[in-house]
Design a binder for this molecule. Sequence first.
Ligand code: CA
Ligand code: CA
Length: 408
Amino acid sequence: MRTRAKNQCTVEDYKMNLGDTNNHTDEPARGSVLRRKRALSILTTVAALAFCQSAMAVTAVDEGVMTPIGESGFETPDVPAGGFQYLPAGGEWAFADSAGITENGSAFTSCNPVTPQGQQALFIQQTGQAQKTITISSAGAYRVNLQGAQRGCINSPLGQTLRISLAGSRIGNIRPQDGAYRLYHSTAMWLEPGNYQLLISGVSASGDNTAFVDDVQLERLPLWSEASSWLENSVPGPGDEVYIPAGAAIALDNLNAANVIINEGILTAPVNRDFTLDVAEIHVMAGGLLELGREEATFNGQGVITLLGDNPAAESKLIHAMNGGRIEMHGQPRLSWTQLGASAGVGDTSITLKEAVNWRAGDRIVIASSDFDMNHAEEFTIASVSGDRKTLTLNDRLAYNHFGKLQE
Ligand SMILES: [Ca+2]
Ligand SMILES: [Ca+2]
């Protein structure tokens, strides 16, 4: 049993009060467990809340704010019933390559269910593209939501993959799983007010692979550090137990909490913004997602994760996934090691490498020992990188000599 001096409600108490978070199968598709419990038993819930409020169990809201993007359902221009048109002009979207608009029941869609919005959808065949300008009026973390489906007939088993780009950066690949329209999300990106290009493009150039898109939405995600992102209308702090339920997607900026339970919800870091994450435990339960970049949309900011806790017997300093929960962490690919291009001596504050590197100021490096004492390995932070990317200025002086060429 864990206890905390500041808290009157431990993690176990929280789970007990809110329901067994390991057993989520009876939870609704949307809405929080707090609400579910309220519906089940008002008396129980009131008692639980009264007990837990001083311990600060904090639950994420389950809805972001949709930003209007104009024509989002590909209903204009109006394609005749049962037809389709490549590169239709006169609408808000600009098409390129093998892309256009299809009606229900056309040669493209005859094997698919009807569109979720209106009667028309975007089709992206092979490397087709559709693009439109969107206007952001309030800074925040945004993601793209869309209804996607594979073409029901003709597609190869691999099908089409849709690449989503915003402001020139990739924010995710979406591969609709079958011919039924389903809701898919990109990862999140931080946008300041302004105009940006939203681009949907096909990745599968082979065969005749086609996917359909309808009801494209831009969602401003609740931000961790905004009080309105939480049912309790207060930002979680150190010692708090935080719950991210089904339907909730929280954008990570400065997280400081004791425990985070992601149960079917999403905690995602905007790929172009720094974050700090100070926590003792993160539990990613069934269907939940902790997303720090994607393989095809890497995280480009600086993220600092600090795991807290001093009880070796407890589950502290822990990030784990279970029962289908997912943890995605994808930074930019970096060269992992190289060699000195010249010898470096005691007192030097810079080193020259034998090749250009894609390392950055702030990265930490180890210069291995090059003599018979392994303790001459030294650790530094890169202060700056030269224009040719071969010379590193370090945060401190070398304490030892490091040979940068073979000894004759
Ligand atoms: Ca539509
Ligand atoms: Ca039509």
